[in-house]
Design a binder for this molecule. Sequence first.
Ligand SMILES: CC(C)(COP(=O)(O)OP(=O)(O)OC[C@H]1O[C@@H](n2cnc3c(N)ncnc32)[C@H](O)[C@@H]1OP(=O)(O)O)[C@@H](O)C(=O)NCCC(=O)NCCS
Length: 139
Amino acid sequence: MSVKSWSVGGVSVAKNLVGDPHIAEIGYWVSDKYWGRGLATAALRATTAYVFSDSCPLGIERLEAYPRVDNEASIRVLERSGYTCEGRLRSHNRHRWDGRLRDVYLFSFIRDDLHKLGERRDGFELDGRAEQMREGGVP
Ligand SMILES: CC(C)(COP(=O)(O)OP(=O)(O)OC[C@H]1O[C@@H](n2cnc3c(N)ncnc32)[C@H](O)[C@@H]1OP(=O)(O)O)[C@@H](O)C(=O)NCCC(=O)NCCS
């Protein structure tokens, strides 16, 4: 994800190598200077639309995300992108710094959810924010 050619964040799609190959985990981050401008939401929606488009060769039928239960911004990004919360996974993540186990929510998106992304063109969701990103502007 870039603004005026500067990288300000990213979205990852990691396929499940040991389990079902149609499942992938999606992750995202934005540089804190750019938080709250809708960039993560626009990037997640565009990436989700691409994964389920004919252009994507990965064969993914289910995307999963695991936000920590206190990560309200990430949960909001997922909700606004049409992801469904399937439940709370207790003691699922070990925190990188203090080593304590944290609960996360399991969110998912499947092909049947595509209508939640709204208008799509060429496999990409193109709301105002995504269009501005493509043109190099900051929404
Ligand atoms: C989570 C993250 C990607 C959000 O990026 P962003 O570009 O600021 O997200 P957006 O601007 O698209 O949307 C953020 C939403 O959360 C809301 N929000 C932000 N902080 C919040 C808080 N403390 N409590 C409740 N809602 C909050 C915003 O109001 C916005 O919702 P709205 O559009 O309905 O107003 C960013 O904070 C980040 O990189 N965090 C660190 C990495 C991370 O947690 N990644 C996700 C791992 S699951």
